[in-house]
Design a protein around this ligand. Structure first.
Ligand SMILES: [Zn+2]
Length: 122
């Protein structure tokens, strides 16, 4: 197994950066970024996307180009659901309104707070 990946961004080699320049004399090219393992922080996260992409731009170029193939790997045909408990409680609050004297006036009202709680499935 090699200790590096080439950036998978389809346009990586078209970015005008000094880090991509290879070759000598009049035979210079812009080359895809080589992502070495062990030599940068990214490799500490074995499944990090940045083991395969040199930056977000290359990652999203790849996603745009291969999106249909990627979602075909694990298509979502039904919505997923998470059981929750919804708690609604009234509480005293206030807002400011313009009164007839063209002044800001503090007006009390009863507000509703909605809290979403998890359900214990144990
Ligand atoms: Zn790249």
């Amino acid at each position: 197994m090699s200790n590096y990946n080439w950036c998978h961004g389809p346009n990586c080699h078209t970015n005008y950066t000094q880090s991509r320049i290879r070759g000598s004399g009049d035979n210079k090219v812009l080359r895809t970024i080589k992502i070495k393992h062990d030599s940068n922080y990214r490799s500490h996260e074995r499944y990090s996307m940045f083991n395969y992409f040199c930056n977000n731009s290359c990652l999203f170029d790849y996603l745009r180009l291969h999106l249909q193939a990627i979602v075909a790997i694990a298509p979502r045909r039904e919505a997923l659901e998470t059981p929750i408990k919804v708690q609604k409680e009234k509480y005293k609050s206030h807002r400011y309104e313009w009164n007839n004297n063209d002044q800001h006036e503090r007006v009390p009202y009863m507000a509703t707070r909605t809290t979403i709680n998890s359900v214990d499935n144990d």
